[in-house]
Design a binder for this molecule. Structure first.
Ligand code: SF4
Length: 435
């Protein structure tokens, strides 16, 4: 091969197979995709070891992608069950799966994913290090943290969340400017605790060049983690979040100098009126690198409904420039999601992503809506079910309350505006009460 990473190829003017596939899916030219990858404005996470991958591009000019978090845990460690959840998530439209396994031999599941799963696979090596080394957190050495990153790259992971933005300077600022909810990022809290206990610099920040070498060798996309993402509305856009973002901007430039693809992780919890400004600040500081948002959740008071709070924020974020939405389930803040929670989280994220794609003028995004609207006008229920983002639910709801008149629904019955307008415009008499 004449190139190392997709970014390296793009900069050399090479159009890779992956760029061609992405171009076809996005209804763009391969040259456009190459250009955006070369500039870092789009990323195609594709570890050369992940042979089962059906590649996708991530960038604000492309369709908004969604990620689903899954993986084994102490309370759910059956591999086949997790694989089944992964398959269902992919079938429901998730382009990416983050394996957040935190129990048992995580390597077995990870390798199975990259051997079988066509979705982009992401991981958070910090979590895995704690499980893998089976020892007290402060005993993990700098070398061991880095070894885990290499292991994940060897296993075929396409992108890794690396919490390298929280260095000792950010940690000091964080302690001087206390927050309502401190650090809520799992990886961020781990590395902060490690730095506090050992007195050492964040190994992922200090040895960033070593990480870049690994990423370059396997074409792993770096997902620069936001340890200081706000965990409540009150902490949004505070000093710690912005200081970390500035560091991520600097690290983005260093990664691009080595042709390593980058995406930036973002908030978090955030009032609706701050989201657009945050997307603009990220785009400026990180020079257009794709933004991967975890929500944003637009209110803190809806446990049980956080797929909705996240979808509202996600739609606004993506319309304003975010490229990649991490799903949130109704179980967020409460428990491990079950299969139904996973489904609701995916649907909510897909709605947010699609709404944003329409707003930002993604080619043919609105065709789907126009088809649905035509089916509604024609009262073509089967067509409506087939076009629904959740056909099973649409069909079940209608079946649960059958209308007297088969072509209407039980909402308005004889008062059905659609039916009555169709009839009057066709020259028919509309009586309503006598029908
Ligand atoms: S009955 Fe009412 S809600 Fe149902 S299809 Fe007709 S207008 Fe729409």
């Amino acid at each position: 091969m004449d190139y190392t990473t997709q970014m390296d190829a793009a900069r050399k003017g090479i159009i890779t197979r992956e760029m061609e596939l992405v171009a076809r899916k996005e209804k763009r030219t391969a040259e456009e995709i190459r250009q955006w990858v070369a500039e870092g404005r789009a990323a195609i996470p594709c570890n050369r070891v992940h042979k089962a991958l059906d590649p996708n591009g991530i960038g604000s000019m492309l369709k908004t992608k969604i990620n689903v978090n899954l993986g084994t845990s102490r309370d759910c460690m059956d591999l086949d069950t997790e694989v089944e959840k992964v398959n269902r998530a992919v079938a429901m439209g998730a382009e990416s799966i983050m394996d957040l396994s935190s129990f048992g031999d995580t390597r077995v599941f990870r390798r199975r994913l990259t051997a079988e799963c066509p979705a982009i696979i992401g991981t958070v090596p910090i979590y895995d290090a704690v499980v893998y080394y089976h020892k007290a957190l402060k005993e993990i050495t700098t070398e061991e943290w880095l070894d885990i990153v290499r292991m994940h790259a060897e296993d075929g992971v396409d992108f890794m969340t690396i919490h390298c933005g929280i260095n000792r300077s950010t940690a000091k600022r964080f302690k001087e400017n206390r927050r309502l909810t401190n650090i809520v990022s799992r990886g961020g809290s781990i590395i902060f605790a490690w730095m506090e206990m050992t007195g050492k610099e964040n190994p992922f920040y200090e040895h960033f060049d070593d990480i870049l070498e690994i990423c370059r060798e396997y074409d792993v996309t770096l997902s620069l983690g936001d340890a200081c993402r706000p965990g409540c509305l009150k902490d949004a856009s505070d000093i710690s979040q912005i200081e970390e973002l500035v560091t991520l901007g600097e690290l983005t430039r260093r990664a691009w100098e080595k042709d390593v693809q980058v995406i930036i992780e973002g908030p978090g919890h955030m009032p609706l009126n701050q989201i657009e400004a945050n997307m603009r600040i990220q785009k400026e500081i990180c020079k257009g690198a794709p933004f991967y948002v975890l929500g944003p959740l637009v209110t803190d008071v809806a446990p049980g409904y956080d797929h909705i709070t996240a979808a509202i924020g996600g739609a606004l974020a993506a319309a304003a420039g975010a490229s990649f939405l991490c799903y949130v389930t109704p179980a967020e803040h409460l428990r491990l999601p079950n299969v139904e929670d996973v489904k609701e989280g995916i649907i909510a994220s897909r709605i947010a992503a699609h709404a944003a794609d329409i707003a930002k003028g993604i080619p043919s995004a609105m065709d789907w809506d126009n088809e649905m609207s035509l089916a509604r006008k024609n009262l073509d229920w089967e067509k409506m079910f087939s076009l629904a983002i959740d056909p099973e639910k649409a069909r079940r709801y209608r079946a649960e309350a059958k209308p007297e008149k088969e072509d209407t629904c039980s909402m308005c019955g004889n008062f059905c505006a659609v039916k009555n307008m169709n009839r009057i415009l066709d020259g028919e008499i509309v009586n309503i009460f006598e029908e």
